[in-house]
Design a protein around this ligand. Structure first.
Ligand code: ACM
Length: 266
């Protein structure tokens, strides 16, 4: 399976320009799955919910998302796109799984980071696993990485590849995703943006360094920090099916949930 990511620098409040940039970069791409950054059409640093709603897309009525569906159809690929999702007066920080026949799933970010809490509604979609031609993928968005429960919830449902659209500002997610891969024996594709959102309320610099990690924690590739990068590589998703750590330790069978009951209490 050929998987990869497109790292770029979305311009704030320029959804058409950002969409054209993606379409252009991926026009001749040969791959099965490409992950794009979080909020790839709008950029990130909204000042409030009115502003995020102003630029958000309703996936049922979006020329831009339709153009990405056309791209997926023409190139026979799947895309995972981070975008601001408008549903009536609600606005979510979402990721759509887009396939040749249309949108297959939308995940709404469960763990909002910092001022996102003033710009988006809390996600309300459960973590599920999607099937792409027999390969199981799970989607989380950026700050979800801080919560190991997320990767575990996806892995335990059989996810072989974790797709993580991101707009990272903290510096240690990339390193942590290596642990997330090891502790779940899954592939992880982190598609991060780079550049700076300079806004009246302040400015945020994003860290780039998008990466792909294998189930044994091997870093298959990490891009530069502040540069466009379209990276594609061949992986064997079945490698994620082997959950043995030693001859006598299975990652999931050896769990002792009766000792983890506190995890489900606040
Ligand atoms: C983040 O969740 N965008 C840091």
């Amino acid at each position: 399976m050929k998987v990869g990511y497109y790292q770029f620098r979305p311009l704030f409040g320029k959804p058409e320009q950002n969409c054209q940039k993606i379409l252009h970069a991926l026009q001749n791409v040969e791959a099965d799955l490409i992950v794009l950054p979080e909020l790839a059409l709008t950029a990130y640093y909204f000042k409030d919910k009115d502003e995020s709603l102003k630029y958000a897309e309703d996936p049922d009525n979006s020329k831009r998302i339709d153009s990405l569906v056309n791209l997926a159809s023409k190139n026979n690929i799947h895309l995972v796109l981070g975008f601001a999702e408008k549903r009536d007066k609600q606005c979510y920080n979402s990721a759509a799984l887009i396939g040749p026949d249309g949108i297959e799933h939308v995940y709404r970010k469960i763990h909002l980071f910092n001022e996102e809490k003033f710009c988006f509604d809390q996600g309300d979609t459960p973590f599920i696993v999607n099937d792409i031609n027999g390969v199981k993928i799970g989607i989380m968005i950026c700050f979800d990485w801080v919560f190991p429960e997320v990767t575990r919830t996806l892995a335990i449902q059989g996810a072989q590849i974790i797709c993580q659209p991101s707009n990272l500002v903290l510096t240690y997610c990339q390193q942590t995703m290596i642990s997330r891969s090891i502790e779940n024996k899954v592939f992880a594709i982190t598609a991060n943006r780079y550049g700076t959102d300079k806004r009246p309320q302040g400015s945020l610099k994003f860290t780039g360094k998008s990466q792909i990690v294998a189930p044994d924690g091997k870093l298959l590739h990490r891009s530069a920090s502040q540069r466009d990068a379209l990276y594609i590589t061949e992986i064997e998703p079945e490698e994620a099916n082997n959950k043995m750590i030693t001859k006598h330790n299975n990652l999931f069978d050896d769990r002792r949930p009766e000792f983890y009951t506190r995890l489900n209490n606040k």
